[in-house]
Design a protein around this ligand. Structure first.
Ligand code: NAI
Length: 212
C-alpha cells in the first residue's frame, strides 16, 4: 500500500469525520462542494478544511470546490478502508456480541472471522453467522487464518494476557475496549476505545451549564 506517513496524526484523526460527511453528500447525490459549504456542515473553519485537504492532493479547484467522490475515495485510501482486514473478538459478552452484531464494520472491510470466550455456555454459539470458539483455540486459529486485528472485549483483569497471546500468535493490531493500558511491543498497533471518556465530557459540559 502507498504510504501516507507524512500526514500528521492531527489531520488523520479528523479524516473519519470528513469521510462520514462526504459519504452523506454522495448519498444525497451532491457531486461537488466548496470548503465554505463543508465548513458550515462540519464546524471546521474553511481555512482548516483547505489546509487539511491540501495534504493529499489538489482536489479543490478555484471556483469549483471539491469533487466529492474523488475526495471520498482518497480519504478511504488514506484510512486504509480499501483493504480487507481479518478480525477476531475476544470476550463474547455484552460488548463483544454488540460489536459482532454491528454489520457496518464489515462494509468497510473489517471481516469478523470468529469470537472467543472461556464460558462454556457461549462456546459453540453463533453470533449472526460467526462462531464462538474456546479461548484455547485462539493461537491455532490465528496461525491458520492469518488474523490482522484482535478486538479485546474481556474484563480488564484478562486483557493483558489476551493481548500477549494475540501478539505471540502474530496479530498486527489490537482494538482494545477493556479499561486498562496495555503494554505492547512497538511494532504492534493499539487503539483504545473508552466510551466513558466521551460520557464524562458530556457530564462535564452538562454539570457546568450556567442554568443547571
Ligand atoms: P461481559 O461480562 O458481558 O463480557 C465479558 C466476556 O468475556 C464474558 O463472556 C466472559 O466469559 C469473557 N471472558 C472472561 N475472561 C476471558 C478470557 N480470559 N478469555 C476470553 N473471554 C473471557 O462484559 P461486557 O459488558 O461485554 O464488557 C466487556 C469489557 O468491555 C469490560 O472490560 C468492560 O469494562 C469493557 N467495556 C468497555 C467499554 C468502552 O467504552 N471501552 C464500554 C463497555 C464495556
Amino acid at each position: 500500500a502507498k504510504s501516507y506517513k507524512s500526514i500528521s496524526m492531527a489531520v488523520i484523526r479528523r479524516l473519519p469525520k470528513y469521510h462520514r460527511y462526504l459519504k452523506e453528500l454522495i448519498d444525497k447525490e451532491v457531486y461537488r462542494i466548496s470548503s465554505k459549504e463543508l465548513s458550515a456542515m462540519m464546524g471546521f473553519t474553511a481555512s482548516q478544511i483547505r489546509q487539511d485537504l491540501n495534504n493529499f492532493g489538489g482536489f479543490g479547484q478555484q471556483g469549483y470546490g471539491y469533487n466529492v467522490e474523488e475526495l471520498y475515495r482518497e480519504i478511504q485510501k488514506i484510512l486504509g478502508l480499501t483493504i480487507t482486514y481479518r478480525t477476531v473478538i475476544i470476550g463474547s459478552g455484552n460488548l463483544g456480541q454488540a460489536i459482532a452484531n454491528y454489520t457496518n464494520f464489515q462494509k468497510y472491510g473489517f471481516k469478523l472471522l470468529a469470537l472467543f470466550d472461556t464460558n462454556p455456555k457461549l462456546i459453540g454459539m453463533k453470533i449472526r453467522d460467526v462462531p464462538v470458539f474456546d479461548i484455547d483455540e485462539l493461537q491455532g486459529f490465528i496461525d491458520e487464518k492469518q488474523v490482522d486485528i484482535g478486538i479485546i472485549c474481556t474484563p480488564k483483569e484478562f486483557a493483558q494476557d489476551i493481548a500477549n497471546k494475540l501478539i505471540k500468535a502474530g496479530v498486527s493490531a489490537i482494538w482494545n475496549f477493556a479499561p486498562i493500558d496495555l503494554r505492547v511491543p512497538e511494532h504492534v498497533i493499539i487503539e483504545n476505545v473508552h466510551l466513558s471518556d466521551s460520557l464524562f465530557i458530556l457530564s462535564y459540559l452538562l454539570s457546568n451549564q450556567e442554568n443547571l
